[in-house]
Unconditional design. Structure first.
Length: 263
């Protein structure tokens, strides 16, 4: 069942997502060679709790193993999603996808950004740019009267035109009182297929894209997902609401990008 949100609920969702955006910016301020993802997790966890919110990833159940042990996912280089923060320092030239979720006043925010650690190669920079653009292509297709398949088609065709791989095993999702609600929002699809997009629909659109083959595998920790061929992966995510027929982006990369441009 898809729960459409009222205007008031959309504003509550915006507040939760703005907190997630501010948390990601705070994490971004601290990303540099030598910092560990465990340190970044501590920063995010404290930031969310200080705002009176709950980090929703912490203790998130896993059908394959133990609950998620941290408040953000940190996926480095060929790790695609669900990377577990650890004590290994980040290195110059790495990329790290930081996925963050928070619940504020009963509503959820969910957003992800792939950061550069120090200077990265031109090829990597171009890859990240394309993946981020694919998110906005998906958002453009998210309007009342379109279908969920139009979003996936937009992301997929944009990425594949650049020779990139679209991961099939993980998808975007509806979001509201629960972090994961219906419908599923794949990053691949056929135009005109899937559930109808209506005003009040709140979804997280989140391309998970590889520089090579899209096949992935799960590490023995039962969380971390990596590319099979060892190529880089990137992940950008916004939570949006369909508002007056169009996508209203409830999360934000504005502060993050300001910080990234100052580095
Ligand atoms: Mg997320
Ligand atoms: Mg999500």
């Amino acid at each position: 069942m898809i729960f459409l949100k009222t205007e008031d609920e959309i504003e509550l969702m915006r507040a939760a997502n703005q907190l997630v955006a501010a948390t990601l910016a705070e994490v971004g301020r601290n990303i540099k060679p030598g910092v560990t993802t465990a340190q970044l997790n501590k920063i995010a966890d404290e930031y969310i709790r200080d705002a009176g919110a709950v980090p929703t990833f912490k203790d998130f159940p896993n059908p394959f193993g133990g609950p998620f042990p941290a408040s953000i996912c940190t996926s480095v280089n060929d790790q695609v999603v669900h990377g577990v923060p650890n004590d290994k320092p980040l290195c110059e030239g790495d990329i790290v996808s930081v996925d963050c979720g928070a619940q504020l006043n009963g509503y959820n925010g969910d957003s992800c950004y792939t950061f550069c650690v120090g200077e990265v190669s031109e090829e990597t920079r171009k890859f990240l740019h394309t993946v981020k653009e694919s998110l906005y292509e998906g958002i453009k297709a998210a309007r009342a009267g379109n279908r969920i398949g139009d979003i996936g088609w937009a992301v997929q065709s944009y990425c594949e035109a650049s020779g990139l791989g679209v991961v099939r095993e993980f998808v975007g999702h509806g979001i509201g009182r629960e972090m994961h609600e219906e419908p599923q929002v794949p990053n691949y699809g056929r135009r005109g297929n899937g559930p109808l997009i209506k005003n009040g629909l709140c979804i997280a659109i989140e391309p998970m894209i590889t520089m090579g083959n899209p096949q992935v595998y799960m590490e023995p920790d039962k969380w971390t997902i990596r590319t099979r061929d060892g190529h880089l992966a990137a992940h950008y995510e916004h939570t949006i609401a369909i508002h007056h027929g169009k996508a209203d982006i409830l999360s934000s990369f504005e502060e993050i990008e300001k910080i990234e441009n100052q580095k």
